[in-house]
Design a protein around this ligand. Structure first.
Ligand SMILES: Cc1cc2nc3c(=O)[nH]c(=O)nc-3n(C[C@H](O)[C@H](O)[C@H](O)COP(=O)(O)OP(=O)(O)OC[C@H]3O[C@@H](n4cnc5c(N)ncnc54)[C@H](O)[C@@H]3O)c2cc1C
Length: 458
């Protein structure tokens, strides 16, 4: 009898620690083949950002190194997963397939197609989220569409205890593999880097995360999103490590963010129409203006609103943006520039290192007022007071818009209130050194309210 062999198909859970698919495969088989298939269809999608591809490539190197330490290695193939996995199963005599469950519509459709084509015994495991969509439901059995009651029910769940990485992994020798591509992402990839970041965050910012998380100039958040997105960090491990810290308002607030992550995944799972349309379909009729020049100025960080411009320049230069700034720029694009939230959503996916369909779509629809327990459309962020409140000294703005450095803090979020002579005296003249405002907030606010109101959506 040949040894019982299984394929472990890595996609996003790029780790050995607390990898349910891997652990289960090892328990139920004598040897496994760890495989990653680089699918040209995904790589060429317009929303596949180059930064994430580089980070993925680095992550594959880290995964391969971790496998080699345990006597195994990563088999990399290029092509259609159904064909590549089928060929590998025939070559190795594998009779089963293990993978971490996917929740995005495209990933789900691919998995249905691939598993049907392979005809192997297939096991989809819970690795990417803390709770499976559908496991947290209202008393009447429907999915939650409002976060606060979802969170209450989510907290009642008994989450699985994270499992350690296996010590040895038996893999058949000599399987042909393509060379691993080179990435060179700005952020160190892989589970060791992810765990180091988690440890650093637990010991520095976690206890005061509830207040520290609001200020984009400060390192007050975990900066774990890209690791969670690619499964280089297990959410179960992150939760367990956090719960080991003394109870604090910061700790509770951070755990709540992990629940937001699950929440938006379960929205995408139960209501896949959000991938292309408004969660509340009545908003699909909104007559967005979609002014191309406005959208281009927004992308370049040249709207003339310092807090907005700083955030968008940070995004373009680094692929990251603070949550507070994401909310502000999303509100600005939709409510001040009257551009469709999908333009911003797509641009974020192209730029963000942590670009994640569920969280990104949820965030954009929240800001546009078209989503689940959205902030009502009539609550519109003021780009000046957001800056004054969350960047009081203008440190964030001056970091990303250095031409504003000479402007005194009092005016740094509204430099147009300085007279032309005052601007000239500090060598920052609007329209010459820094853009003039492309719109006037209070006027646009009135237009946005009229636009939304015309739908009679309450
Ligand atoms: C318009 C908009 C777009 C967004 N796009 C993305 C995206 O593409 N990918 C992404 O991971 N997050 C997205 N977010 C959520 C949030 O901004 C980021 O998760 C956060 O800024 C990442 O920084 P951090 O890891 O330091 O987060 P922390 O504040 O330390 O939070 C811990 C973790 O919780 C999760 N989380 C936090 N806030 C949210 C949230 N609102 N929704 C879902 N999960 C959350 C993330 O995985 C994050 O790493 C978006 C928010 C908005 C308003």
């Amino acid at each position: 009898m040949p040894p019982k062999t299984a394929l472990v198909w890595f996609r996003r859970t790029l780790r050995l620690d607390d990898n349910e698919a891997l652990c289960t495969a090892l328990e139920e088989n004598e040897r496994i083949v760890p495989v990653f298939v680089l699918d040209p269809v995904i790589l060429s999608r317009p929303d596949t950002g180059a930064r994430r591809v580089a980070f993925l490539y680095d992550g594959l190197h880290a995964l391969d190194a971790a496998l080699r330490e345990r006597g195994s290695y990563l088999v990399l193939q290029h092509g259609d997963p159904a064909e590549e996995l089928g060929r590998l199963a025939r070559e190795t005599g594998a009779t089963a397939l293990y993978y971490s469950q996917e929740y995005e519509p495209a990933g789900r459709a691919r998995d249905v197609r691939v598993t049907a084509a392979l005809g192997l015994e297939s096991h989809a495991c819970l690795d990417h989220l803390l709770s499976e969509p559908g496991s947290v439901k209202t008393k009447t059995g429907t999915p939650y569409t409002v976060f606060t009651p979802y969170f209450r029910a989510w907290q009642e769940q008994a989450f699985a205890v994270p499992r350690s990485a296996p010590e040895r992994i038996a893999t058949p020798l000599g399987i042909a593999t393509d060379p691993l591509p080179t990435g060179s992402a700005a952020l160190p990839a892989g589970e060791t880097a992810a765990r180091a970041q988690l440890t650093a965050f637990r010991h520095t910012a976690l206890s005061h995360y509830d207040t520290g998380r609001e200020f984009p100039a400060e390192p007050g958040t975990s900066q774990l999103s890209a690791y969670l997105k690619f499964g280089m960090l297990s959410p179960r491990r992150a939760l367990e490590a956090t719960r080991q810290q003394p109870k604090s308002a910061g700790r509770d607030a951070w755990i709540r963010q992990l629940a937001w992550r699950d929440f938006y995944y379960q929205i995408l799972w139960h209501f896949p129409h959000v991938a292309t349309g408004c969660f509340k379909p009545q908003f699909d009729a909104l007559a967005w203006h979609n002014d191309e020049a406005f959208f281009a100025a927004w992308q370049r960080g040249e709207t003339g609103y310092p807090f907005i411009d700083a955030a968008l320049r940070q995004l373009a230069q680094t692929g990251t943006m603070h949550n507070r700034a994401r909310m502000a720029v999303a509100s600005f694009l939709t409510k001040d520039l009257l551009c469709d939230w999908r333009l911003g959503e797509n641009y974020f996916m192209q730029q963000l290192l942590d670009g994640d369909q569920a969280a990104n779509n949820g965030g954009w629809q929240w800001a546009a007022g078209t989503g689940t327990d959205a902030q009502p459309y009539f609550r519109i962020f003021n780009p000046v007071s957001q800056g004054e409140k969350f960047d009081p000294e203008g440190d964030y703005v001056k970091r990303w818009c250095p031409e504003l450095k000479p402007i005194p803090s009092k005016w740094v979020h509204k430099p147009w209130e300085l007279s032309v002579n005052e601007q000239a005296a500090v060598h920052c003249v609007l329209g010459r050194d820094y853009p003039s405002r492309i719109v006037e907030h209070s006027e646009q606010r009135t237009k946005a309210l009229a636009l939304y109101k015309s739908l009679n959506c309450g």
